[in-house]
Design a protein around this ligand. Structure first.
Ligand SMILES: [Zn+2]
Length: 228
């Protein structure tokens, strides 16, 4: 089988090489989570970086050029996609100094694969996500309300703004939430100067702490829940 090398998570590549999994000719997702990253102006190096990080965090890259990269966030049904998505988003923003613009939407989709065309995703989300990535400010990820509902309870300390977008070709305005990156400008830990990471508590809360475990409390929390 001819694979587009580097576009699949290593775990999936391994399973395919061992013959334990094959790429589906056709698979239906009731709730596909479709992500898109946009760079204003072509940027091959940053597009390469986006593809590498997306596959590192378990996403299947569906298509890319040097401006737009599109990926399926929840290919693996058992994966913790909200954590993967936030880790990917923050790693991307950190490594591009906040130059990327992202968007994620969720809805029904049909994924097909053939050796000639690679992956094709038939879904309204694959139209919507790149449009929303274009209305993000650098360092933001625009989430549709479905994605926000899936993430909101777990996120601790991110700032966000709700925005209604009128998009040409869409009959109603699209309610979204613009999530601001916390690591885009890669502050070091205030207490010990070591680097910051996205982490998750056993209860499922996603937060930012340094490698020594000092939790970072943002200056302007819109929502800040304690895991008791
Ligand atoms: Zn620290």
């Amino acid at each position: 089988m001819k694979l587009k090398l580097g576009w699949l998570p290593a775990k999936l590549n391994d399973l395919i090489e061992r013959g334990e999994e094959s790429l589906p000719e056709r698979r239906i997702f009731a709730r596909a989570v479709v992500g898109s990253v946009y760079f204003k102006g072509e940027n091959e190096a940053m597009a390469d970086l986006t593809v590498r990080l997306a596959t590192e965090y378990g996403m299947v890259v569906l298509k890319r050029d040097n401006k737009d990269i599109q990926f399926l966030v929840n290919y693996f049904e058992t994966a913790n996609w909200p954590l993967n998505l936030i880790c990917f988003f923050e790693a991307l923003m950190q490594q591009t100094s906040g130059r990327a613009r992202g968007a994620v939407s969720q809805g029904p989709a049909t994924l097909t694969h053939d050796d000639n065309r690679g992956f094709q995703l038939e879904s309204a989300e694959s139209e919507l996500a790149p449009r929303l990535a274009r209305v993000a400010m650098p360092g933001q990820m625009v989430l549709t309300s479905k994605v926000w509902h899936a993430l909101a309870d777990a996120l601790e300390g991110w700032t966000s703004a709700s925005v209604l977008h009128e998009l040409a070709g869409f009959s109603a305005p699209v309610p979204t939430l613009h999530l601001h990156s916390r690591l885009a400008h890669a502050r070091k830990c205030a207490a010990c100067s070591s680097s910051l990471e996205v982490k998750q508590t056993a209860e499922g809360y996603i937060f930012v702490a340094c490698s020594q475990g000092h939790e970072q409390i943002p200056e302007l929390p819109i929502k800040l829940k304690r895991a008791a």
